[in-house]
Structure formats: C-alpha cells, structure tokens
Design a protein around this ligand. Structure first.
Ligand SMILES: Cc1cc2nc3c(=O)[nH]c(=O)nc-3n(C[C@H](O)[C@H](O)[C@H](O)COP(=O)(O)O)c2cc1C
Length: 194
C-alpha cells in the first residue's frame, strides 16, 4: 500500500458545523505541510438511509461507489465527527455502511484518525470511543490517539466574519496531526513523506 493521499471528512453536514470547520482547518494545515490531501464534503455524497430492500431493488447509490473509489485511492482518512447522545452520528454510520456494501475491504488498509470537538467538557470522547469500538469490530486500522477538543465554542474566534480556532487549539491540532502523520508514514511506506 503506497497511497500517500489523506482524505478528510466530517460526520456532520450542518451549515455551520464545527466539525466541518475542523476538517477544513486540518486540510489547510496539510496544505501548508505540502501533504497530498482531499477534503470530502458528505453533502456531495448524499445517500438514503441504508435498507436491504432498497439495495436489492435499486442497488448501492452511485455516491457510495464514488466515495469508495476516493477511499481506495487514498492511504489515510481523517474523520472529524460529533457525538450524538454519546454515540456515533447517523450520517457517519450510514455512510460507512453503504461504503462497505460497495466493498467491505475498501477501508481495511486505510490509516484512520478520529477527531471530535464538542460544546461540552468531555470533548466528544464517548462518541470517539464508540467509533473506535465499531472500527475495531470491522478490523480497521485506527491511529492510537484521538483528537478531542472540549468546550470548543470558547476556542473559536470570529476573524473577518469567518470562524477560526484560537492559537491554543491550533497547537493542539498540530500536535495531533504531527503524531498522526509520523505513524501514517511508517504504516504506509516505512519512511517520512518527501
Ligand atoms: C441529537 C444530538 C445529540 C447530541 N449529543 C451530544 C453528546 O452526547 N455530547 C456532546 O458533547 N454533544 C452532543 N450534541 C451537541 C453537538 O456536539 C453539537 O451540536 C455539535 O456542534 C455538533 O457538531 P457540528 O457543529 O459539527 O454539527 C448533540 C447534538 C445533537 C443534535
């Protein structure tokens, strides 16, 4: 497995989503680091709620095929996802379930990193733990440390009408990314990028 590209996506497609902001921020940092990446907005991969009869009658949606292809052409996947009631979002669960109906193996070699931001003190850690348990059951490769940003509303500033993470949070994200990239490079290619 030699794909260096890193896919980034968010488990929320809400217009003002904090996780979409986090995904965009991470894409920006990867850009600055000269790392191959692709930001994937799940609104462009709209899928109906999974139903076996629907699959039998009309098949797997084209959007799931396209997403599976993007994943297969990448070596890593960074997911920024909220927790809903201490669990995974229906959007993320549904998306992954459809992708596995294209090819259960498509995510198997992908190096996955998990990120969450939350208005609460727990920083979305319960949702992250649930995603990890879920992905472990699928025998996926998940980076050993997650990024969790608690009370994130207090760390977003308005800069010329656009929300931006403050300096402390940016450093926290950078530390996570640095560890993730080191481990990913080792996993994918046994050496640093470049
Ligand atoms: C149905 C629902 C359940 C939620 N449950 C939790 C929760 O368990 N823990 C938490 O920290 N936030 C919870 N939240 C708040 C989300 O963290 C918050 O709305 C967050 O901004 C969602 O992410 P987004 O901005 O990327 O859409 C919940 C929100 C919704 C809509």
């Amino acid at each position: 497995m030699t794909h260096r590209r890193i896919l980034i996506t968010a488990g929320s497609t809400r217009r003002d989503s904090t996780h979409a902001l986090l995904a965009r921020h991470v894409a920006g940092r990867l850009d600055e680091l000269g790392r191959s990446h692709l930001l994937v907005d799940l609104t462009e991969h709209d899928m109906p709620l999974y139903h076996g009869d629907l699959e039998a009658e009309v098949g797997v949606p084209e959007s799931a095929h396209r997403l599976a292809e993007l994943i297969a052409e990448s070596g890593a996947l960074l997911i920024a996802t909220p927790e809903y009631n201490g669990a995974v979002t229906p959007l993320l669960k549904n998306t992954v379930d459809w992708v596995t109906r294209v090819d259960i193996g498509v995510l198997r070699d992908t190096y996955i990193g998990l990120m969450a931001a939350s208005p609460g003190r727990l920083g979305g850690t319960r949702g992250l733990a649930m995603v990890r348990t879920w992905f472990d059951a699928m025998r996926l490769v998940v980076h050993d440390s997650d990024l969790s940003l608690p009370q994130v509303g207090e760390h977003i500033d308005d800069v010329d009408g656009s929300p931006r993470f403050d300096a402390t949070t940016t450093e926290t994200i950078d530390r996570f990314l640095s560890g993730f990239l080191t481990q990913f490079d080792e996993y994918c290619c046994g050496r640093p990028a470049g």
